[in-house]
Design a protein around this ligand. Structure first.
Ligand code: SAM
Length: 322
């Protein structure tokens, strides 16, 4: 049996018998006015953060959701799109597709605005998405890509890139590891399926997104997720896993490399009213402006006494001067 088959078997089990808190770290489900989430859907929240960022969803986007789980995020995306078939959700595990279908029917009973045909649930997997090139505005996945081995992760990222329209967004939430996970744990297929041992360190994870062509990556949240303790996992030191929420844009990279926004700002503290390097970096004195990590490093190196660069907050959500 391959590790992907082990994962499919595992998700068949947790589709048939929900496991509360399997992957989820949020104590409360992300709610919106007029949205009611059935209890079973909350119990089947197998995501580690959220991929539903309202500011990305204002123009009723067509969303391809990979790995439907119990359907919670498909319902949350449907809240913003509200059109038949606007959300396409794929999953290779029949029991999971059936559970999501049942849960969305329950959701329709308690949400006047929702029709189950807003979500089109299809058999499919992350490596062969059932969509034409450049056909969707958003691809989202929560707590799935981390279970893939590196070659498969690259395939899945390339496939997401393929189906996105130019300017489209890949929205992800995944565990990351505070240091490389020992190979013996990485090879444990069940732990991998449980989102506990496939996670990559932050830098590696982000570089893999950039490597398939995404020109801009924004970090929306980074939070503690699980602690792998020394006894249970036979480790020398405890190993912290974090959950990372990102939005990656299908835009061209600037010539000097992709922009990664982590919540850093640059603040001009020189003698003039503003700083302007003529390259698009305009800073009014005393006012923090969001900058990408590349710009942050360049400004801090070139103007160490005139510009202060603040550390990442890990929740960038727009604005600034690239
Ligand atoms: C950890 S669960 C996350 C479910 C959902 N995203 C959520 O946040 O609750 C992973 C989901 O991916 C599905 N899955 C497993 N292998 C997959 C693959 N190769 N392609 C797409 N989905 C897959 C599983 O059946 C399961 O529904």
């Amino acid at each position: 049996m391959t590790y992907l088959e082990t994962a499919a078997q595992f998700y068949q089990q947790v589709a048939e018998t929900p496991v509360v808190g399997l992957c989820c770290i949020q104590s409360t489900t992300l709610n919106f006015p007029g949205l009611r989430v059935p209890k079973v859907m909350q119990e089947m929240n197998y995501g580690c953060g959220t991929t539903v960022h309202p500011q990305e969803l204002i123009h009723k986007p067509k969303v391809l959701y990979v790995g439907v789980g119990g359907g919670l995020e498909a319902l949350q995306f449907a809240y913003f799109s509200r059109q038949p078939g606007a959300i396409i959700a794929v999953d290779p595990v029949a029991a999971m597709r059936q559970a999501a279908t049942r849960n969305l029917q329950l959701a329709a009973q308690v949400n006047d605005w929702f029709d189950p045909n807003f979500v089109d649930i299809r058999d499919g997997d992350a490596f062969a998405l059932p969509m034409a090139d450049a056909s969707v505005d958003v691809v989202a996945q929560n707590c799935l890509f981390n279970i893939f081995e590196p070659g498969d992760l690259e395939r899945a990222l390339k496939e997401a890139y393929r189906v996105l329209k130019p300017g489209g967004r890949l929205i992800m939430s995944d565990p990351i590891a505070s240091r490389p996970i020992p190979e013996i744990l990485r090879q444990d297929e069940r732990l991998r399926a449980m989102c506990l041992s496939g996670a990559l360190p932050y830098e590696d994870y982000v570089q893999r997104i950039i490597a398939v062509g995404f020109g801009q990556v924004e970090v929306r949240a980074r939070r503690p997720y699980r602690l792998l303790d020394t006894d249970t996992y036979d480790l020398d030191q405890p190993l912290l896993l974090e959950s990372l929420d990102t939005v990656a844009f299908k835009v061209d990279s600037p010539p000097d490399g992709a922009c990664v926004f982590t919540g850093r700002t640059a603040i001009y503290l020189g003698v003039n009213a503003a700083f302007d390097d003529g390259l698009g970096h305009y800073l009014e004195r005393g006012l923090p402006a969001a900058v990408c990590d590349k710009t942050a490093a360049s400004l801090a190196t070139q103007f160490p006494t005139e510009i202060m660069v603040t550390p990442p907050t890990w929740h960038y959500s727009g604005g600034g001067c690239c």
